[in-house]
Write a protein of this length. Structure first.
Length: 220
């Protein structure tokens, strides 16, 4: 068993970083420390005595991936005695949402050893990190029903079809175009721009922008 460090608690934070790539929900992972038996893990690490949990999550995320200033929300506490056979570690899991089209985020995610993997095709992962990803995915899918959380994946301007593909990637199912458009516009969270997106021979699509960027609206 590893000797306890004086500046850390037997508590860690792990962050599930979601982003979209090629209309597929992806998660950002970093390689584990064991180079012989390589297992991927979530960005994370110990909590210091002087830190709040949110601060530890942000610090560990930035250290492992370079990401900062992204949407971050606490998910769940994982504390089964058998989750780590070497020592008892309780982890407080978070999930983060990143727009893949954000220039700064794209640059950060393309540096270092971190890699994106489709949620539907995860590699061998450390401890219970695959279960943490699964729990985060379920939370994200559930929040689509009563919030504007999917907008965190969107760029400054986008067609409604682009937003629909995000919903479909998270839910794993196709949605009716008319019903989706009606529902989203009824939320009054978007506004039209004077611009259109042209895609080959298809009719140009109106571009929209978010009324309150960076904010997740909750609907009852």
């Amino acid at each position: 068993m590893n000797a306890p460090q004086k500046d850390v608690l037997p508590v860690s934070t792990d962050v599930v970083v979601f982003t979209m790539r090629e209309d597929c929900l992806n998660v950002l992972l970093v390689p584990g420390d064991n180079r012989v038996n390589r297992r991927w893990r979530l960005p994370g690490g110990p909590v210091r005595h002087c830190e709040h949990l949110d601060q530890a999550a942000e610090r560990n995320l930035q250290r492992d991936t370079g990401l900062s200033g992204v949407f971050l929300e606490q998910l769940y506490t994982f504390g089964a005695p058998e989750r780590d056979l070497e020592q008892r570690i309780i982890t407080v899991a978070y999930y983060a949402l990143v727009s893949a089209l954000s220039p700064s985020a794209t640059k950060q995610m393309s540096t270092g050893a971190a890699r994106l993997f489709p949620v539907s095709d995860l590699p061998t992962m450390l401890l219970d990190h695959d279960a943490i990803v699964g729990r985060a995915h379920c939370r994200l899918a559930a929040k689509l029903e009563y919030s504007t959380i999917a907008l965190q994946f969107m760029p400054n301007r986008f067609p409604l079809s682009g937003l629909q593909r995000v919903y479909e990637a998270i839910l794993g199912t196709a949605l009716d175009k008319r019903n989706f458009r009606k529902r989203i516009l009824a939320l009054d969270c978007l506004e039209e721009t004077p611009d259109f997106a042209r895609n080959g021979r298809h009719r140009p699509a109106r571009l929209y922008r978010i009324k309150t960027p960076g904010r997740v609206e909750i609907f009852k």
